[in-house]
Every structure is written in C-alpha cells, then in structure tokens.
Design a binder for this molecule. Structure first.
Ligand SMILES: [Zn+2]
Length: 175
C-alpha cells in the first residue's frame, strides 16, 4: 500500500454542479478497486486517483480523492464536479459494452448519489458521456436511471407507510 509522508496540495472546489458517473471499462471478471485506478492514474502523471469514489464489483464504496478536492476525471468540468467510477462496463477485451454492473454496485451508487445530492443540493447527476459526447462512459443512460431512481425514492419517502410496520405492542385487534 502506498504511504504518503505528505499529502498532495489539494485545491478545494468552489462549486459543485455535477456528480459524474464513470466506468473503468474493465473486464467482467476483473475485481479491481481504487488502488488499481490510483496506480493507473499516477502512472499517467496524476497526483492521485482522479475520482472521488470507486465502486467495486461487490458494492464496496472506496474513497479516492478527498470529497472537497478538485478531481481529475472530466475534462473541462473538474473544477465543479465529483467523480464516481463503477468498476466494470467492459467486455472480455475491455471494450465498452452494455453495462453488466452488479445489483449491489447499482444499490451502492444509488445510496452514494442520494447522499451527495443532499450535501450538494445544486448538483445534477450525469454520465461522463454528457460532458464528453465522444465517450461511451459509463455505457448506460444515467439521466434515465437517475430520473427513475430519484423519483421512486421521493415517492417512497412521501407516502405514509406506517400501516406496513405495525407496532408489536398493538393490541387493538384483540379488544
Ligand atoms: Zn468516464
């Protein structure tokens, strides 16, 4: 494991308008994580991994750069965005294909995005291919996914579901 005797001189973001979803475009059986992405990006000359979060195939959310720091993942929008990378999205040759992210990865992505939009209410959730139209990353329609996910979560939170959770001490039925 890399051990830094000093931290990189992080530049703080002044605005956070986008939460950008990426794909590692790695092969389905490659169980990579933040350390793999970190070594890849550092070999390319970055001070650290470019993303703020990496979501492994098993759903574990790993921390990349500090959340407040400017990342290195989205040309032209690094100054006002957060980067999340899903591991996977590539075929056996590592080419972009229809996504095969695991169910637990998508659940983790939902939780993470819900958390981040609370911290940064002005931020929109989008795919890398929205800011870079030549990119296929993250190989699925993030706008549709987020519209559906955030809508169903909002609906669930607004409905009164108390009847689904009866109190164990409720004896009214026996009266
Ligand atoms: Zn990307």
């Amino acid at each position: 494991m890399t051990k830094f005797s000093y931290g990189p001189d992080w530049k703080e973001r002044e605005d956070t308008n986008l939460i950008v979803i990426h794909s590692s475009l790695t092969k389905p059986n490659d169980d990579d994580g933040v350390e793999f992405m970190r070594s890849l990006h550092m070999r390319q000359g970055c001070v650290d991994v470019g993303y703020h979060y990496v979501i492994r195939r098993n759903g574990i959310i790993e921390l990349g750069r500090p959340l407040y720091a400017i990342g290195n993942h989205c040309k032209g929008r690094d100054h006002d965005s957060i980067g999340i990378c899903l591991i996977g999205g590539g075929n056996v040759k590592g080419e972009a294909k229809s996504p095969d992210y695991t169910a637990v990865q998508m659940t983790s992505l939902t939780h993470l995005c819900c958390y981040l939009v609370r911290v940064y209410p002005e931020a929109d959730v989008c795919g890398h291919n929205r800011t870079d139209t030549s990119s296929l990353c993250p190989v699925f329609n993030v706008a549709d996914w987020w519209a559906e996910t955030s809508y169903s979560l909002k609906t669930f939170n607004l409905e009164n579901r108390a009847s689904m959770f009866p109190l164990l001490t409720d004896t009214k039925k026996n009266v």
